[in-house]
Design a protein around this ligand. Structure first.
Ligand code: BGC
Length: 754
């Protein structure tokens, strides 16, 4: 009997021990238990290994050995499917604990089916559509064994000189929060374990878009209130939306580089927002702490980045080289290392990598499939912003149009139309405007194509005559101009943001022929082109529209669909106005309407005493939120449920919008507020809600919004996130321009405690 009890106890001990020993491998165990079990089994070297990400352009045997020794936790750009399988095999089958690798890649705006650049996607003001775009991108990338993308980029960008504005969602914290969250939800779905989803990475944390002078990687100086009210807003939104990871940035923020900034990485991200995923540094940004003058050497760089809260080092290898010594000498606590490693493992567990480390089996490939192309086309279509349409030149009337000139270096530039950051998009899969238009109308309309300039940047005029001849012989001309892909993106900042090369001269020459000219600008940033707006009839701003851009633009030009894009960023008249953004402060001497009408150039009668330039109108060329339609919309009856609200009320706002034109079209109805006085000055307008709605001709709809005191919060004089009682203006309309808005007002009374 006694013997039997002993045997039973031994059996229980053996089983529970065995079970505990395997907890981290047990798919049914709680993730937190799995993490602590695994960490308890890891050596310091193995923990440091998880914190190192390497770039791998070229597969080699040395790297397999590094993986097998548990010295790397992640790769970016890890070759083709076979390479990834080999690497993962080494991690899972050869390393002591079998911890899978996480493969990252820049899937920025589409994978093989390339979507418009993010700034173009933000121009759709259609978060559901944007979400569908990231869903298909996630699935395409997952088919190639990618687990993790370095997107979305939600840096607030108020400076069009900055080349990375192309990758951003524009200048507004609310729009960037909504679009950025939609992107995160699209990439990640409801379950990171699903074969169709990948982890997202919100970047670049934080303030990177405020680079001085628009020069990439440059210093940023952002007071804490503005940091919190503007630059951090979209990051907080995506953390609430469940983003798995963040990327620390390159910039020096108020004297402390963001990759070594414990205020943003620890105090705000972890302590205030309770983020429990992980932060990866940007490419060698740990190393760059030395050049910033923030660390003496690699060892101090590793110390500062780790202590600030950067879980994983990208590319440079200071963690691998120095963390062991730093922990052993007590400069970094083991507990902190465990916490940082836990963040990485948490995402690996959530992705289901321990159960499914290898590329999943997909019954069918969706890469470049019909559905994906249709979604890419829909996004491209909604991203096009019509800025001008004199005499309703657009849409072109196919019945009367017998001949058409297609001019310009971007009419048939399959790589350029993909835009910046397209590692996997191929020119051969791109449908250019020339291809799309010729395919659809080549039989019925005589099309003459002349490139006219060797590149967008050419300064010679030797092909102009061919273009002139083609336009002369045609009923109308489409001019595809703007920037090639190479002029925007990382480190591609510009001091001049006009149409490059000889483009203005080309337009001027062609305008002399008296034919209807439609200018289609493809670009990665707002450009200044006030000199030529009078010389063309219509202007479509198409950004870099991606794989399906040609069909999307063709559909708009020929009226299959009405343009519905709205600007996510203010367009300056001249680069000298930069930074120019709609949600600026009023100042003590704001310019008034009677000071409008300044033309560019030194004035005859210099007149001062207001906050403006002598030599240019104080208004922008095009306002935030602006975008024309083939139809027209009338706004009326802006009504509030109450004129006085307290802190617990919901303010109901309604407005009547009617399609008074002849086309079925979508309109984005925008709601702004202005807090008229407060313990600190507030912007002249802040976007608080928007809705994109489709209307058939003649249709009238009542559009409803709701606001609460939560929507009126800001960082007050004591740096508390509060709503203050007082008077507010509320605007609803079609852009941030006063003349496009109906206006009313309300009062908030009482206090939060009541
Ligand atoms: C960029 C990041 C990008 C990373 C990895 C860096 O140069 O700033 O946005 O995700 O490279 O490719």
């Amino acid at each position: 009997m006694q013997y039997r009890v002993k045997l039973f106890l031994f059996f229980v001990f053996f089983i529970s021990n065995h079970f505990l020993a395997q907890t981290y491998k047990n798919a049914n165990a709680d993730i937190e238990l799995r993490i602590s079990d695994l960490i308890s089994k890891m050596t310091l070297e193995e923990k440091i290994g998880q914190m190192q990400q390497l770039n791998l352009w070229q597969m080699n045997s040395k790297v397999i050995d590094t993986v097998a020794k548990g010295k790397v936790g992640s790769f970016l750009n890890a070759g083709n499917k076979q390479d990834k399988i080999k690497l993962q095999k080494a991690a899972v089958e050869k390393s002591r604990l079998g911890i899978p690798l996480i493969f990252g890649r820049d899937v920025i705006h589409g994978y093989k089916t390339v979507l418009p650049i993010p700034l173009g996607q933000a121009s759709t003001w259609n978060p559901d559509l944007v979400k569908r775009g990231t869903e298909i991108s996630a699935r395409e990338a997952a088919e190639d064994g990618i687990h993790w993308t370095f997107a979305p980029m939600i840096d607030i960008a108020r400076d069009p000189r900055w080349g990375r504005i192309a990758e951003s969602c524009g200048e507004d914290p609310y729009l960037a929060s909504i679009i950025g969250s939609a992107m995160v939800k699209g990439f990640q779905g409801n379950d990171l374990k699903s074969a169709n989803t990948i982890a997202a990475c919100a970047k670049h944390y934080v303030g990177y878009g405020a680079a001085e002078g628009g020069k990439d990687y440059n210093t940023t100086l952002i007071p804490e209130r503005e940091l919190r009210d503007v630059y951090l807003k979209p990051f907080h939104a995506v953390v609430k939306a469940g983003v798995a990871t963040l990327m620390s940035a390159f910039n020096d923020l108020n004297g402390v580089p963001t990759t070594g900034n414990s205020f943003t990485l620890k105090t705000i991200l972890r302590d205030e927002w309770k983020f429990d995923g992980f932060v990866v540094s940007d490419w060698t940004s740990v190393d760059e702490l030395i050049k910033h003058g923030f660390a003496k050497d690699g060892k101090e760089a590793a110390l500062k980045a780790v202590n600030a809260g950067v879980n994983m080092e990208m590319v440079s290898e200071n963690y691998t080289k120095y963390l062991k010594q730093l922990v052993e000498s007590g400069k970094i606590s083991t507990q902190w290392i465990d916490e940082l490693v836990a963040g990485i493992l948490r995402i690996k567990f959530k992705l289901g990598l321990f159960e499914n480390p290898y590329i999943r089996n997909f019954e069918e490939s969706t890469i470049l499939c019909k559905t994906n192309k249709a979604i890419a086309k829909e996004i491209a279509t909604e991203s096009v912003v019509m800025l001008q349409n004199k005499n309703q030149t657009l849409p072109l009337k196919t019945k009367s149009l017998k001949s058409l000139a297609i001019i310009g270096p971007l009419a048939d530039a399959p790589k350029d139309q993909l835009g910046t950051w397209t590692l996997d998009g191929k020119a051969k899969n791109t449908i250019t405007p020339l291809t799309a238009i010729t395919k659809e109308f080549g039989e019925t309309i005589k099309i003459k194509y002349v490139k006219a300039m060797a590149t967008c940047r050419s300064n010679d005029t030797k092909y102009f005559q061919n273009a002139i001849d083609a336009v002369k012989q045609s009923d109308a001309a489409l001019l595809f101009l703007g920037e090639d892909a190479n002029l925007s993106g990382e480190t591609h900042s510009r001091a001049f943001i006009n149409l490059p090369g000889n483009q203005e001269d080309l337009i001027t020459e062609l305008s002399k022929l008296g034919k209807p000219l439609v200018l289609i600008i493809m670009a990665g940033r707002p450009l200044t082109f006030g000199n030529i707006t009078d010389k063309v009839n219509s202007i479509l701003y198409a950004w870099h529209p991606g794989t399906m851009g040609g069909e999307a633009i063709s559909d708009i030009i020929f009226g299959k669909t009405s343009p519905s894009g709205k600007l996510p960023v203010t367009f300056p008249r001249t680069v000298g106005q930069v930074p120019i953004y709609y949600n600026h402060k009023n100042t003590g001497r704001p310019p008034s309407a009677n000071q409008l009408g300044r033309t560019l150039g030194t004035p005859e009668n210099p007149e001062g005493f207001a906050s403006y330039y002598l030599d240019v109108d104080f208004t922008p060329a095009y306002y935030f939120g602006y975008g024309e339609s083939y139809s027209s919309f009338n706004y009326s009856d802006l009504t509030l449920s109450k004129k006085n609200i307290d802190f617990n009320d919901t303010l109901k706002v309604s407005v009547t919008v009617a399609n008074t034109g002849k086309y079925k079209a979508k309109e984005t109805i925008q709601l702004y507020i202005r807090d008229l006085y407060a313990s600190v000055t507030r912007p002249v307008k802040e976007l608080k809600r928007f809705k994109k709605v489709e209307f058939i001709p003649g249709e009238t709809k009542k559009i409803n919004f709701e606001l609460t005191s939560e929507d009126l919060k800001f960082y007050d004089i004591n740096m508390q996130y509060n709503t203050e009682p007082g008077d507010f203006e509320l605007f609803v309309g079609s852009s941030a321009n006063d003349k496009d808005l109906l206006k009313t007002n309300f009062k908030l009374t009482g206090s939060k405690e009541e």
